[in-house]
Structure formats: C-alpha cells, structure tokens
Design a binder for this molecule. Structure first.
Ligand code: FAD
Length: 556
C-alpha cells in the first residue's frame, strides 16, 4: 500500500528530531532559521517535458523531415560517450544527439552559486583500473591523466585528485578520519570489519576458471563463473547472514556504501552486486593510492563536458524530447522529436539510432520486446541540496573534509563543494555544501516513493536537510543563507537480486527494429557508475559501425 506523504517523510528522516515533520522550517526547535532567511528553490529534471511522453496526443505532429546517418537519443554520459566514439572511429558520419534537458550530462548535472560550481548528481570517479585503456585514453585527452610513470602506471593531475582530508565520520560525538567506523568501536566489531575487508581484498584478486577476474568494471568483463553468478540470486543481507557478519558497525558501513552507489541497502541489492562494489575497483596510479578518487567542483559534469568536446562537430540539440521511434522503410528509422524552444516537431530519418535513455523512457519508445521476462529496474528517488553556510562546519576531531558523514543517519552526508579550490579560507568565510539523500523506497511500490518525493514541498525538504545539518553541526542550521534543492524522481538503478545476470537484462539489451536500434544506458548495466555508462556508449557506437558494415557488405 502506498505510504501517506507524512509517513514517507517520516521514514526519510528516521532518527531525526521528532518535531521536524510539521513541514515548516521554523518549527525545528532551536536550530532552523526563519524560512524567509534562506534563499532558494526546488528544482529537478524536466519532469513536465518528459511526462509528455505519457500523453503523446498533446505533442504537435511533425511538420518537417530531415535525413541523418545516426541519431543518439539521450545526452547523459552513455549518449555522450557513444557520440565521441562514433566521431573517433567514423568522423565522416552525420550524427545528432537529442537531449531532453537544457544541458547535456544527465545525472552528472551541475549548478553554481556566487562562490563556486557544484554538482547536482554524480560527483566523482575512482581512479580507474589501469587495464581500462579506452577510459585512460579519454582521461588523457581530457587532461585528467597527464602521463605515465616509469612502471607504466598513469599519473593523474594533482588538482583533480581529491585533496586531503578526504573523508570523516561523526561517530560517538567525535569526527574520525575515514568512513569505516573505528573510534570507540568494540574490539569484536573491529575484528569483524577487518575480516570483511580482508575477504573483499581476496575477492578483488580472485579469478574465475575462465581466467577472468571474478569482479571487474565494466561488469561484462567479470568472469562468467556460474558459482559466482549464482550470488546474483540472493540478497547481500542474506549473504552477510550466511557468512556470520552481524556487527552493527559493519552493517551500517555497508548499508551506507550501498545507499551511496545504488540508492538502497544490503536488504535490496543482490550479493553479486554487493561484492562487486568492493571487489571490482582495481584503481592504480603512479601518484595516488588505489582508493583515490578524481573529483571536480562541478562533479562529473567536468567529464560530460570533456566527452562532448571530444565528440566532434556533430549537432547537439537540447530541450529536445524524442517521443516516437519506428521503422520508416527497409533502410531507415523515423525518430520523432519535439523541440521545446520552437514548439515544433520534426521527423528525423536515420539509418541507425542509439537509445541512451533510462529504461522507463526507452520502453515507451521501443516496440514490445519478444516474449520473455520484462526488465523492471528499481530506482530510489534522491534529494540533493546545495547549501551556502555562513559558518565553518567544524566539530571535535578531524576537520572539514571532502566527504562528511554522520554515523546512523538516514542521509548520506555532504560534500564540501569548494574542497578542490586551490586557495586558503578565512575562518568566517561562507562554505558551499552539497547534501546527498537516497530516499526510502518500497520495492513493492517504488512509484509511491517517487510520487511522494515529487509532491513534497521546498519547506518539507529544507526542514529535513537543516535538521540533518543541525545534528552534524549544532548551531549551523541557523547560518544557512541559501539552499537550492533538487529531487531526482529516478536516481540510479538498484541491482536487485536477478537484475544483473537474469534473463530480463539480457533480453532488453538486444538490438531492436531490424538491428538498427542499439541501447546504451546504465539501467542496462545494473550498476550506475561513470565507467559503466562510458563503456555502454562505446559498445553501442561500435555496434552501429558493425551493423553498418554488414549493411554495406550485403549491398555489394
Ligand atoms: C544523485 C546521484 C549521484 C550520483 N553519483 C555518482 C558518482 O559520484 N559517480 C558515478 O560514477 N556515478 C554517480 N551516479 C550515477 C550516474 O547516474 C552515472 O554515473 C551516469 O552519469 C549515468 O549516465 P547514463 O547515460 O547512463 O544516464 P543518464 O544520466 O540518466 O542520462 C540519460 C539522458 O537521457 C535524457 N532523456 C531521457 N528521456 C529523453 C527523451 N525522451 N528524449 C531525449 N532525451 C531524453 C535525460 O535527460 C538524460 O540526460 C549518481 C547518480 C545520481 C542520481
């Protein structure tokens, strides 16, 4: 049964001050400033335009026709990577990328205040596996990778490697360094945490009988070992129970990590995905440790801009809603697109289409699939809040770090958006903080959480965020001067049991419409991270070129 809205917000704030949910910021005792003192607004992806897909009769019929070789639908990381790859391998082809929003980047969106750019979504890339030469080549061209050391390991631009201090955790009233609970944690729990991390280290190095790493990114490179893939059929929580991992500190740390990458906890993801999270990361660098991350004030929008810049002169059209896709004739597809600027629609006749949209959009555009289980990705809604705070977020212990998390919180903490700025700060200078919050989702009715999230008001969200800030830094909520908030109705895909290696994903990723439509999106991976999106795009672009050469051969 759908949650009433008040209950949804109560769950979102589980553990926060009980008085919070009156819905008025001023009702939070002793912490929240008068509502009028905080400048800001509630934003979000272009729901109104996107929702036109549900009522196509309200969209004007196409009045013009254009012919083009390849149309890319969706300008997130996967669509931009596809465009770059097409340009790299076949620059003579005509392409157009159509993006619904006013800017490309998808979930790697950015905004800014008077002080700095900040992320609205994806904000970091762990240093990649040094075997991922295609990703390294892109990063080198983007200036992120500056060369190679004497042993052949990549050297990353020091200004883009996350500076120290990178992470801190508020635990037992004290800020400790790092996010793995340590300070004041009983010895038995510490031993369990060490055992788990040692297990993950073993899995990181483990190979399957086919000679492939058991876990790797992109995940298609992981071993096809059946015993390992069977782990996709149980939940990570069940796997932890089976292996005697009961420590509440360990379970909190794992749930925090999974909510941060997948939006849901160990109860909702498969054991394969839960282990992949820890065992697939094999970053290596000449000038950074294996767990270093690359980050920018504007988050991964930096990488989106670089992908777009490397994609050549092909057209990129934003505020363009694709609402129809069908076969026009034996050799062309018809793509119907509505331009929200001119309020006119066009039919593009294309030999190939790369569909780089989330599955809830793609399934509307594609003809019904062949018989088989449907793909039903679970997406938690997310709240991201960018705050300007007049005071310093200090506290006992480790100073302000890039990533700041409160143990036991239902939220995911905040990033210091100005962390990478290469300058000193006056103690009383304002700071820009980016809060992340994966909202609770009932897998039986995920649409209910989304509906409630989209129906909640600026005041509702602001109350949640300010209360969380107050619990992290008593007295600081009153010093918030601006707060812009963004709700993602669909955050990122959660790899629920059976999603990654079950039949539905394999079926959904098949080429469609006579082999002329190729799909790319992290929903089709099950693990929503930059590396997956990048490789999804590359694979789709190569599939277009492969299909084109087959066309060419059959025509000659
Ligand atoms: C809050 C949040 C934080 C995240 N943090 C990180 C992180 O730190 N690091 C990381 O690696 N990953 C992170 N991710 C995951 C991130 O989603 C992926 O890394 C990646 O950006 C996904 O790219 P994509 O191309 O698969 O999808 P999307 O970003 O979903 O791109 C799809 C695009 O299609 C467009 N579109 C949809 N419908 C239409 C239509 N009908 N016509 C035209 N265009 C359409 C959309 O507007 C969108 O631009 C985060 C995700 C979220 C939500």
């Amino acid at each position: 049964m759908p949650l009433p809205r008040r209950q949804f917000l109560t769950q979102a704030s589980a553990g926060l001050a009980g008085t919070l949910l009156a819905g008025l910021v001023g009702s939070v005792p002793g912490c929240a400033p008068a509502r009028s003192a905080v400048q800001g607004r509630l934003r979000g992806a272009g729901h109104a335009l996107g929702h036109l897909l549900r009522t196509p009769d309200k969209i004007p019929a196409p009045t013009r026709t254009e012919t083009i070789d390849t149309v890319i639908i969706g300008g997130g990381i996967s669509g931009l990577a596809a465009r770059r790859e097409l340009h790299r391998l076949a620059p003579e082809r005509s392409t157009i990328l159509l993006e619904l929003e006013a800017d490309t980047g998808g979930n790697a969106a950015t905004g800014h205040n008077a002080r700095t750019a900040y992320p609205w979504g994806a904000h970091y890339l762990p240093i990649p596996d040094a075997r991922d030469t295609e990703l390294l080549a892109f990063l080198q061209q983007a200036g992120v990778l500056t060369g190679y050391g004497p042993t052949g390991l990549p050297i990353y631009d020091e200004t883009m490697l996350c500076h120290d201090p990178a992470e801190r955790l508020l635990l037992h009233g004290h800020w400790q360094a790092g996010l793995v609970p340590e300070a004041g944690v009983p010895a038995a729990d510490r031993a369990e945490i060490s055992r788990f991390l040692a297990d993950m280290e073993r899995l990181r190095r483990a190979m399957g009988p086919d000679g492939q790493d058991l876990f790797r990114l992109p995940l298609t490179l992981s071993s096809s070992d059946e015993v390992t893939r069977q782990l996709d059929t149980e939940t990570m929580a069940a796997w932890l129970d089976r292996h005697g991992y009961q420590s509440e500190y360990l379970r909190w740390y794992l749930d925090y990590s999974y909510r941060d990458d997948f939006g849901v906890s160990a109860l909702q993801i498969s054991a394969w995905a839960g282990l992949h999270y820890f065992a697939a990361r094999k970053g290596q660098a000449h000038n950074a440790p294996a767990d270093a991350v690359l980050t920018w004030p504007q988050g991964n929008h930096f990488l989106a801009e670089a992908l777009q810049a490397q994609g050549g002169p092909g057209r990129v059209q934003t505020q363009a809603l694709v609402f129809g896709l069908h076969e026009a004739n034996d050799s062309q597809l018809a793509v119907q697109v509505y331009d929200a600027r001119t309020r006119q629609s066009t039919t593009l006749l294309a030999r190939h289409v790369i569909l780089a949209t989330p599955w809830h959009v793609s399934k509307h555009l594609l003809p019904a699939p062949a018989a088989g289980p449907p793909l039903t990705p679970l997406h938690a809604p997310w709240l991201v809040a960018n705050l300007t705070v007049a005071g310093y977020p200090g506290g006992p212990g480790q100073p302000l770090s890039w990533d700041n998390v409160r143990y036991g919180s239902p939220a995911l903490g905040y990033i210091d958006a100005e962390h990478q700025a290469l300058r000193g700060y006056e103690a009383d200078e304002p700071r820009s903080l980016t809060f992340y919050w994966a909202l609770p989702t009932d897998p039986a009715d995920p649409a209910a959480a989304r509906r409630h999230a989209l129906a909640s008001t600026y005041a509702d969200w602001l109350a949640l965020v300010l209360t969380e800030l107050e619990l992290m830094h008593p007295g600081l909520a009153a010093q918030v001067t601006a707060a812009d908030l963004w709700v993602w109705g669909h955050g990122m895909v959660a790899p629920t049991p059976g999603y990654v290696w079950g039949p539905a994903r394999a079926l959904a990723t098949q080429p469609r419409l006579g082999g002329r439509v190729h799909l790319a999106h992290t929903d089709l991976s099950g693990v929503s991270v930059f590396e997956e999106a990048f490789h999804q795009g590359q694979r789709a672009a190569r599939a277009v070129l492969g299909a084109s050469s087959a066309d060419f051969q059959s025509a000659t």
